[in-house]
Each structure stands twice: as structure tokens, then as C-alpha cells.
Design a protein around this ligand. Structure first.
Ligand code: ADP
Length: 634
């Protein structure tokens, strides 16, 4: 053992402590994954070295044969992993093995419930990496040296996984990282060649570099131990370079876990090789679950980029649009230069054509999933539906395709589940119906009882019910699907087209004519509060309703703007009343102008409430209503 200098003891970041505690207590049923996590890190470290060595070949000094070695000592109860990758300097060790750099970690930790079953799922989403060593070890030592630094600048990190860790400077002859796990009592089954080999085959076969184990060369009792011979136990070729037909589902799944830092299997994948003008391979995955930071701006997104099998960068964002940021995978190009940078990627026309091809692949994969595995697609939609809804605004070229993937709640369901596709909707459309009707609002409970739906219910026409915050904005980008235009049932002068018979229309006109006087009186009473007053043909049960002007912002957009502190353009609703409703008949017969005014305002406010809006002057509403109640009771 070499001399240690500059020894210090440091505390783990709070989040690390929490993670360690949780991991030890909730991942106990699947302990062997620690090896996968550590091999995955070692493989990343080798990838980084290979890439940096392109411009600095001297980094490979002392061994260009890149590999990972796993060994064990039954007596000492240790498992050791060694890689000759990029390594870490003292500062790297302190930050990488003492903190969690991911944005939103603190928030994530707050969501943990203490319920081990639920938390182990959450942790899976988070990705535990290095710290998983403490599932099986009660002491972990890391010896590392960053490639390019002198042997005297090695680091020794050591921790019992409780509150703190020690770091010291040591001599380390070879670059790279060696991790020694001192197994907990009861975990010595892992100090076993057969066991380790099986775990490596199971989880790490796809790792593109050799993973070696000592050959079992048994020495006779009392003999010197023979020099170690090593043998490669994994397949050690990049998975995506192999033909599809030769790759088993399990291999695809393990590869996904490696690149996505996810514990769960993906929902689907698409593996392709493109030859011709452009040459590249891609392997794209749809995760089963949204990562905890899906909505964080700085969250990692994008694909792993390789150029001719050499890893070039993580999170290459330029290959997919933002609304597909949840897709994980690898793209390996033969056309790009090995020294591409993010900036170059953003401008390169090659990237543009790859991006549109990869986008199509993802959309095709999702279409297939929706068609062949509708239950799985439901799960997908729950996790990623909100993000998919950003699609039509971002990706004009694929608008129709994206629209086909959207799922909505509708008046046909009774649980508010978003599981109606536009194709389902059109397949059920009424004879002569050439529009897709929808209503937006704050919650399913609110919209499903909206008076705007009355006429649709009467005629048996399905209406899509949109209650996600993004929906009104989404609908401003969707004009039509399959040649049928979208109509907001709360907007403008509802025209049911062919769904209204000529007689109905004529009858409505007749009624409207007889109510012209009433329209004028209400207009005078409501004054500045409304842009227009008219007889409604949307209502069967309610006395009145507020419609939004054709060009005005709806409630959701107004609320979003208000919440973000922006000035909301003034707009006034259209007041529509139901001429056959007893309250309206009463209003029509009202002699007292004062009472006519009160009643008109009450109807107006009630219509606003029914639409989920808040009242401008709630006290006035209560005062007027109480006045009427008092008059009623005398
Ligand atoms: P993640 O791999 O998700 O970043 P980890 O906790 O597994 O999280 O690892 C934290 C960091 O420690 C890695 O990102 C890497 O920078 C560093 N690291 C871990 N293992 C190694 C290794 N074998 N060689 C070099 N760096 C490593």
C-alpha cells in the first residue's frame, strides 16, 4: 500500500445520504444490479477516454487495450472492478462520489414516501449508479487516476456509506479506476466467479468492451497461487452493429438500462441501419415511465452519439425535436467527423435530414405501439401525453401524424380517461358530421357537466373534453385532422352544419325573431359586461351560457398568461340565453327594470361560474341573489 497524503474526511451531500439510506432499504430484492451499475460507469469512463484520446493520443500511454476487469477474493470477501478509462482526479472524486449533480434532486427526494415498494420504483427512475455499491458492501474503496496526470496524483476514496467519506492522495501506477467492495456479512455469495460471470452475462453482455474475469486456475493445496489468467466473459461488440435478427429482447432491454440509467424495461424500441447517401445506425427506445425531471429545462435529453463506433457525446439534442425528448437511444454515424461539437451539430445539414428521419422512426414506433399494444400505449400516454401535445406546435411537418397519436377524454367515456383517438372519434361520428367538436376547461368534473354540451347530448354527438393546461394552446395549432376541422363548442356562433335539420334552423330563426325585444333589454341591463346578447341554440336545460368570441383567448390561456404576470387582452363574452327556459320566460315578463337588471346579472354570473370562471364582483352576485331570495320568501 502506498503512502497517503492530504487525507481529509468530508460529509456527503444531504441528498446522497438520503439516497444511500433508501437504496439499502428498498433495493434489497435485486442486489446483483450493483455490478451492472458499476460496469456501466466503467464503460462510460472508457468511452470518454477513447474520445479524448482522438485529439490527445498520449492519454492512452501505458495501455491502449481498453477493458474492464472484475475479480474477487473469497477470503477477504471483496469484489474488485478495474477499468483503464478516463479516471478521476481528486476534485472529480469529491464531487462525483459525494454529491448528486442532477437538477431537481432535492425535489425528487421530497417525493419519496418511505413506502419501500413505491420508493424502489421512484429510485429506479432516478438511476442510482455508483452508490448502488452500498447495497452489498459496507465499505467501498475507490482508487483512481485521471488519464494524463502523473502517477503521484492518484486518489483514494473510502466510505462506509454512512455520513462521510475520506479522500487522500496516493500513487497509482495505471490510469483509470479500481473499485473495491468489502462485502457485507451475508453477501459473500458475490465473491464467486460463477456468480459474477452469470451476472455479467445477464446484464452486461452488450457492453462494447471486454469484461474479463480470472480464469479458474485452481492451485493445489500449499502451492503458490498461479499467475492470474483472464478471460473475456461478455460478447464485447457494440449491440447496434449486430443484425437485428441475432439480438434477443433481453439484450435490447439490458442495453436500454445501461444507456438510460433506468431500472425498468422499455416499452418499445426501433433498431435500424440506414445505407445510401447517409450512413448511420440508430437504436431508439420508448421508456415505460417519465423521468422525474421531464419538465425541467436543464434535464438531460437527446441521444448518445457515436461516430464510427467511437463515443462522441451524451445528450446530443439535435437529432430529435424537443417534444420527443423522452426518447433514449444511440445514433452511430459514418458521415460525421469525429471532432463534431454541439455547435456544429446544430448547423449541419446532414443532421437535419437525420433528425427528420429519426423523428419519423419514433412516430412510426409509437403508431405501432398504439395499434398492437393498446394497453401499453395507454401507459405511454399517461406518462408522456402532455409532452406529445407540444408536438403540433413544434413539428409542423408531422402535425397529422402526431394528431393521430393524441388521446383525449370525451363525452363517450365516463371516467375522464384520455383514451379516445381522433380516428376513434371520426369512426363514431354522426351521419353528416364533418367537424370534430371539443370543449376545453379546468377539470373533467367541470367540463363534463358544462351547459355547452347540452345540445350535443340531445343530438348524441360526441365531444372531446380537454382539461390539460396545455390543451387550449394545443388546439390553436391543430386546425384539422383527416380533412375535418376542429370546432370549440364554447366559441363563436355554434354552427352544427348538416347536423341541424332545415326545420330546426327555421324554427330557431323564428324564435330568435320573437325575442328581439328581450335581447335588447338584456343588452341594456348587462351593458359593458358583454360583447353581444343572442338567443342560443346550444341549450336544452340551462337558462344561459357565455360563449367566447371567435378570436378571443379562452379561459385556460387567460389564466396561463395571468399566472405568468402578463397583461391579458380585454375580451368580453357573448351572453346566450335559452328562450324556452322558465327563468328566461319569467325574465321576459318582468315589469320592474330593477329586478330585470338583477336577474340578468345573476344569470350572467351563473353562466360564468358554470364555465369555471371566477366572478369579477362575487359580493354583488351574493347581494343580488339574496335580495331575490328575500323577495321570494315573503
Ligand atoms: P451517473 O453515472 O448517473 O452520472 P454515478 O453516481 O454512477 O452517476 O456516477 C457519478 C459520476 O462519477 C459519473 O458521472 C462519473 O463522472 C464518475 N464515475 C463513476 N464511476 C467512474 C469510473 N469508473 N471512472 C471514471 N469516473 C467514474
Amino acid at each position: 500500500m502506498s503512502v497517503e497524503t492530504q487525507k481529509e474526511t468530508l460529509g456527503f451531500q444531504t441528498e446522497v445520504k438520503q439516497l444511500l439510506h433508501l437504496m439499502i432499504h428498498s433495493l434489497y430484492s435485486n442486489k446483483e444490479i450493483f455490478l451492472r451499475e458499476l460496469i456501466s460507469n466503467a464503460s462510460d469512463a472508457v468511452d470518454k477516454l477513447r474520445f479524448e484520446a482522438l485529439s490527445k493520443p498520449e492519454l492512452l500511454e501505458g495501455g491502449a487495450e481498453l477493458k474492464i476487469r472484475v475479480s474477487f477474493d473469497k477470503d477477504a470477501k471483496t469484489v474488485t472492478l478495474e477499468d483503464n478509462g478516463i479516471g478521476m482526479n481528486r476534485e472529480d472524486v469529491i464531487t462525483h462520489l459525494g454529491t448528486i449533480a442532477k437538477s431537481g434532486t432535492a425535489d425528487f427526494m421530497k417525493n419519496l414516501t418511505g413506502d419501500q415498494k413505491k420508493d424502489s420504483h421512484l429510485i429506479g427512475q432516478f438511476g442510482v449508479g455508483f452508490y448502488s455499491a452500498f447495497i452489498v458492501a459496507d465499505q467501498v474503496e475507490v482508487f483512481s487516476r485521471r488519464a494524463g496526470l502523473p502517477a503521484s496524483e492518484g486518489v483514494h476514496w473510502s466510505s462506509k456509506g454512512e455520513g462521510e467519506f475520506e479522500v487522500a492522495t496516493i500513487d497509482k501506477a495505471e490510469r483509470g479506476t479500481r473499485i473495491v467492495l468489502h462485502l457485507k456479512s451475508g453477501e459473500d455469495e458475490f465473491a464467486d466467479g460463477w456468480r459474477l460471470r452469470n451476472i455479467i452475462k445477464k446484464y452486461s453482455d452488450h457492453i462494447a468492451l471486454p469484461i474479463e474475469l480470472p480464469k479458474e486456475a485452481a492451485a493445489a493445496e500449499g502451492e503458490e497461487k498461479p499467475a492470474l489468467e483472464w478471460e473475456t466473459v461478455n460478447r464485447a461488440s457494440a449491440l447496434w452493429t449486430r443484425p437485428r435478427t441475432e439480438i434477443k429482447d433481453e439484450e435490447y432491454q439490458e442495453f436500454y438500462k445501461h444507456i438510460a440509467h433506468d431500472f425498468e424495461n422499455p416499452l418499445s424500441w426501433s433498431h435500424n441501419k440506414v445505407e445510401g447517401k447517409l450512413e448511420y445506425s440508430s437504436l431508439l427506445y420508448v421508456p415505460a415511465r417519465a423521468p422525474f425531471d421531464l419538465y425541467q429545462r436543464e434535464a438531460p435529453k437527446g441521444l448518445k452519439l457515436y461516430v464510427q463506433r467511437v463515443f462522441v457525446m451524451d445528450q446530443a439534442e439535435s437529432f430529435l425535436p424537443l417534444y420527443l425528448r423522452f426518447i433514449k437511444g444511440v445514433v452511430d454515424s459514418n458521415d460525421l467527423s469525429l471532432n463534431v461539437s454541439r455547435e456544429i451539430l446544430q448547423k449541419d445539414p446532414i443532421i437535419d435530414s437525420m433528425k427528420s428521419a429519426l423523428t419519423k422512426r419514433v412516430l412510426d414506433m409509437l403508431e405501432k405501439l398504439a395499434k398492437n399494444e393498446p394497453e401499453q400505449y395507454k401507459g405511454f400516454w399517461k406518462n408522456f401525453g402532455q409532452v406529445m401535445k407540444e408536438g403540433p406546435a413544434e413539428d409542423f411537418a408531422n402535425k397529422e401524424k402526431i394528431a393521430g397519436l393524441l388521446r383525449f377524454a370525451s363525452t363517450q367515456g365516463d371516467d375522464g380517461e384520455q383514451n379516445v383517438s381522433l380516428a376513434d372519434y371520426l369512426a363514431r361520428a354522426k351521419e353528416g358530421q364533418d367537424k370534430i367538436y371539443f370543449l376545453t376547461g379546468e377539470s373533467y368534473a367541470q367540463v363534463k357537466n358544462s351547459p355547452h354540451l347540452e345540445v350535443f347530448r340531445k343530438k348524441g354527438i360526441e365531444v372531446l373534453l380537454l382539461t390539460d393546461r396545455i390543451d387550449e394552446w394545443l388546439m390553436s395549432y391543430l386546425n384539422e385532422f383527416d380533412g375535418k376541422s376542429f370546432v370549440d363548442v364554447a366559441r363563436g356562433d355554434l354552427d352544427l352544419g348538416n347536423l341541424d335539420s332545415e326545420e330546426d334552423k327555421k324554427a330557431a330563426e323564428e324564435v330568435a325573431k320573437t325575442k328581439e325585444g328581450l335581447v335588447e333589454r338584456i343588452k341594456t341591463a348587462l351593458g359593458e359586461s358583454v360583447s353581444e346578447v343572442r338567443v342560443s341554440h346550444r341549450l336544452t336545460d340551462s337558462p344561459a351560457i357565455l360563449a367566447i368570441g371567435e378570436q378571443d383567448l379562452g379561459l385556460q390561456m387567460r389564466q396561463i398568461l395571468e399566472a405568468s404576470g402578463q397583461k391579458v387582452p380585454d375580451s368580453k363574452p357573448i351572453f346566450e340565453f335559452n328562450p324556452t327556459h322558465p327563468l328566461i320566460e319569467k325574465l321576459d315578463g318582468e315589469q320592474s327594470e330593477e329586478r330585470f337588471g338583477d336577474l340578468s346579472h345573476i344569470l350572467f354570473d351563473q353562466a360564468a361560474l358554470a364555465a369555471g370562471d371566477s366572478l369579477k364582483d362575487p359580493a354583488a352576485y351574493v347581494r343580488r341573489l339574496n335580495k331575490l331570495l328575500v323577495e321570494l320568501s315573503v
